[in-house]
Write a protein that binds this ligand. Structure first.
Ligand code: EPU
Length: 437
């Protein structure tokens, strides 16, 4: 097994005396100019898993350079696929799979890797994938994945920290998800792609990344319809009907939101290219409610202009197309200095408020009450040394630092590098005083 090493690897692999990297921001510089949004992490990782369905070469384009992508590549290599990650593309040759087990040391770094369970089961009739475990933001159960795969005819057992799935064949079924889980929708869709007959997933996740994955399966020879709605229909095909394909990754809507919030915190006027405006409607409508000017400028470009203090607003995170949980922390960094009181309610994860303590260190006035945060906007945040607890918390602290008075130093960057490709360089190109040391 070859483990990829790059500047992005988590600090666990650094020497003990090596100083932890940090991003240093001198706040208060407005942002101006144009920036490009890269491909969606949460799409590309699942499409990499989908490539296991075809005994052929799948090429994914518009792929960001993220630790998560390299980790997923390592998992596919471990399973026997040949994988090359370069020039914003991933080439996966899954002609020969030699392993059906995805071990703990690989899966534990990357929850998204659990989605190899469905395609491995469909193709090899057997899969053993380490349970990803809980994570900082919440318990993140897998009961719906299990229920869906069982309905297709798989036997599922959990032993020694692994999920073991096996079947003699998979047969299409009618599956109702208790909640619209992205991961469960993906695992079931990928397993059902090679099942005998038709599978219907009711109350499916409707996220754009699900549509991208369905398009990917179809490009590989599968037959999926209805993705993007609550009901997805998958007509199983024979394994020999699957073939290689070239698929583009959709723009990362969370990254687009992150740049919009950066401009809201710092002020100024920026254009973001490579965006699908329809994917961030909930984000844009809140921005306009707060008094910033945000609108579509060209089919894939959005502009934002901020020249006054923004007004408070309330948000509740809900499944797509509502306000995304992945932008809750970055948005709170903006609300922290808005005029008035905002209420932020998190309904997807039990523990996605770990950024609150760090924002308080920067002078934010935030009280937690059950699954809500009451954010009383202060005129200005103050720079401080802060530590990120997860990927989106890292983005939130950088956004807070851009608008704060004085210097902010953000550590815990291995979280950031999982999901943002050179974020600080792109913010710098917009005029931010930011660097990594
Ligand atoms: N859930 C269950 N049972 C299940 C599956 C999920 O109860 O079998 C619960 C989870 O515990 C969670 C909720 O349902 O509370 C939503 O989970 P979902 O399955 O939709 O999330 P996921 O597929 O594990 C993806 C993204 C997350 C994003 C969520 C929600 C990837 C790699 N991850 O996770 O992204 O927050 O959907 O939109 O696609 C991030 O990018 O920072 C991130 C955490």
């Amino acid at each position: 097994m070859t483990l990829h090493t790059s500047r992005l690897d988590p600090p666990a692999k650094q020497g003990p005396q090596e100083a932890e990297q940090r991003i240093i921001i001198r706040g208060g510089k407005p942002l101006y100019g144009q920036v490009r949004c890269f491909g969606a992490k949460n799409s590309v990782l699942k499409m990499m898993a989908a490539a296991l369905l075809a005994k052929d070469v799948t090429i994914l384009r518009n792929v960001p350079d993220l630790t998560d992508v390299h980790m997923m590549a390592d998992i596919l290599r471990h399973l026997g696929a040949k994988v090359e990650v370069k020039n914003n593309e991933v080439h996966i040759d899954a002609t020969n799979l030699t392993e059906t087990e995805a071990p703990y040391e690989l899966v534990s770094h990357l929850r998204a890797s659990f989605v190899v369970l469905g395609p491995l089961l469909a193709r090899c009739h057997e899969a053993r994938v380490s349970l990803p475990g809980g994570c900082a933001i919440g318990e993140r159960r897998i009961d719906l994945h299990e229920k869906g795969l069982k309905a297709l005819g798989a036997e599922i057992g959990i032993d020694h920290g692994y999920v073991h799935a096996s079947c003699t064949k998979l047969v299409g079924s009618h599956i109702l998800l208790d909640k619209p889980s992205n991961g469960a929708t993906e695992n079931i869709m990928l397993a059902a792609a090679l099942a005998e007959g038709t599978t219907i997933i009711e109350n499916a996740a409707q996220d754009p990344e699900i549509v991208n994955l369905a398009d990917c399966v179809n490009a590989l020879g599968g037959k999926v319809s209805g993705a993007g709605t609550y009901q997805i229909v998958i007509e199983g095909v024979r394994p020999d009907e699957m073939h290689g394909a070239v698929i583009d990754t959709i723009p990362d809507r969370v990254e687009a939101g992150t740049f919009l919030y950066a401009a809201m915190a710092a002020g100024g006027e920026i254009a973001i290219d490579g965006v699908n405006v329809h994917h961030i409607y909930a984000v844009i409508s809140k921005i306009n409610e707060m008094g910033a000017e945000c609108s579509m400028y060209a089919p894939d470009t959005i502009k934002i202009k901020v020249n006054e203090r923004l007004k408070a607003t309330d948000i509740t995170t809900v499944p797509y197309p509502g306000f995304p949980t992945d932008l809750q922390a970055p948005f709170m960094a903006v609300l922290a200095s808005a005029e008035g009181t905002s209420i932020v309610t998190e309904t997807i994860y039990e523990n996605r408020f770990m950024h609150v303590g760090e924002l308080r260190r920067m002078g934010a006035d935030i009280q937690l009450k059950a699954n809500s945060a009451i954010v009383k906007g202060v005129p200005k945040l103050m720079g401080a040394e802060v530590k990120s607890s997860d990927l989106r918390a890292a983005a939130a602290l950088i956004i807070a630092g851009l608008g704060a008075e004085g210097v902010t130093e953000v550590t815990g960057l291995h979280h950031l590098d999982r999901g943002y490709d050179k974020l600080e360089d792109r913010l710098k190109s917009l005029g931010a005083d930011i660097y990594r040391r």
